[in-house]
Design a protein around this ligand. Structure first.
Ligand code: DAH
Length: 368
């Protein structure tokens, strides 16, 4: 039989105790019987509905009807009951919502034994890969790595590298100038660096000799894109300055580097050349890796392939950093610079430089 709130005739403490006990027993039994969210809603309304819920009835039948002297006692008990009912309703709600979230988890069960979806792994771009290889060859010989700005002043890109103003050697570097610089002195005018060589000057300004440094970086030239030209490309520069550095050190260092990059079979030769910032200057050529030196289309039947420029640092360059300990009477050094795209193309037999910049995954995947 469902519990109903009795009318009270007897307001003695003993009789009140009994009535309270019966109500709490009913509360506990009904709470225990709740199995679903719907059950819980019914339970809540039966006990707490403002209109005719059991608490309201208790208020009307017990408290309001109590004779004056008992009001205080009954009021205390009814207040306490209110708290107990609220607690029971809340606890029951937690139990039922707990069981329904269990059901939700159940419905969301996943099969962890299914094979996963493999994310496609990216890979180093071939140009960056080659650049890192070159840098690592020199790091292994004790060189440190430096970088410099891509927007340079005329001073660093040309003047301090011994290209005098208006010298024709400047024309060999098709320079992109920043517009609107005419009011500045020539040496302060901004341009996009045409080579990584200006970082030689930055490095020597920062650090007195001895110095051994390699500089990977991006350079810019006003070239129209075609199979062998790109207006943006990459170089690795090198600089070594110390006491008693000779051309033999330059030859030994670069011969070792070329063998490390292209295999121990390649031979190198140093072919006279000109750069304003080195004297003497040379182009480094390696035996053609396609024909091994016999002569083929790749090496234009010469058996040799030109890979980089180098030379002994011109005393005219040291003049610009003399105050930082670079006294051409006491020290000497060599420098070199190479194009990373060109070396990558030769290494992998790629015949169009534009392939590096098109982002075609079918091309790039081959280097993964
Ligand atoms: N900076 C030259 C260029 O871009 C390459 C080069 C040649 C760098 C000789 C050097 C060097 O350091 O000694 O054409």
């Amino acid at each position: 039989m469902a519990y109903t709130v009795p009318k009270l005739d007897d307001y003695s403490p003993a009789s009140l105790d009994k009535a309270v006990q019966e109500l709490l027993t009913a509360l506990r039994q009904e709470a225990d019987a709740i199995g679903s969210e719907n059950d819980w809603k019914e339970f809540r309304d039966r006990w707490m509905a403002r209109k005719n819920g059991i608490l309201t009835q208790v208020n009307d039948l017990w408290l309001k009807a109590a004779p004056g002297p008992s009001k205080r006692d009954v009021g205390g008990r009814v207040n306490q009951l209110k708290g107990q009912v609220e607690q029971a309703v809340e606890a029951a709600q937690q139990r039922t919502s707990g069981s329904s979230s269990k059901a939700r988890l159940e419905s969301e069960r996943i099969d962890i034994t299914l094979p996963g979806i493999h994310p496609v792994l990216g890979a180093e771009h071939p140009v960056i890969k080659t650049m890192n290889e070159i840098v690592n060859v020199f790091r292994a010989m004790g060189y440190s790595v430096a970088e410099g700005p891509e927007i340079e002043t005329d001073y660093f890109n040309f003047e301090a590298l011994n290209f005098p103003p208006n010298h024709p050697a400047r024309d060999t570097q098709d320079t992109l100038f920043v517009a609107g610089q005419e009011k500045k002195q020539q040496r302060d005018r901004l341009l996009l660096r045409t080579h990584t060589s200006p970082v030689q000057i930055h490095a020597m300004e920062k650090q007195p000799p001895p110095i051994r440094v390699v500089v990977p970086g991006k350079v810019h030239r006003a070239d129209t894109a075609d199979a062998t030209h790109s207006p943006i490309f990459h170089q690795v520069e090198g600089l070594a300055v110390d006491t008693n550095i000779t051309f033999s050190d330059l030859k030994g260092t670069l011969d070792h580097a070329m063998k490390a990059l292209f295999g121990s079979n390649v031979k190198t030769r140093f072919y006279p050349s000109f750069f304003p910032f080195t004297e003497p200057s040379a182009d480094v050529q390696v035996t053609c890796f396609k024909c091994g030196g016999k002569g083929c289309r790749l090496c234009k039947m010469s058996g040799w392939i030109e890979l980089l420029g180098c030379g002994m640092v011109d005393p005219g360059v040291f003049k610009f950093v003399e105050k930082n300990g670079y006294d051409a009477q006491k020290i000497s050094g060599f420098a070199f610079g190479m194009g990373v795209e060109r070396i990558t193309m030769l290494k992998y037999g790629i015949d169009d430089i534009q392939l590096f910049y098109q982002g075609d995954v079918r091309f790039l995947q081959q280097f993964a």
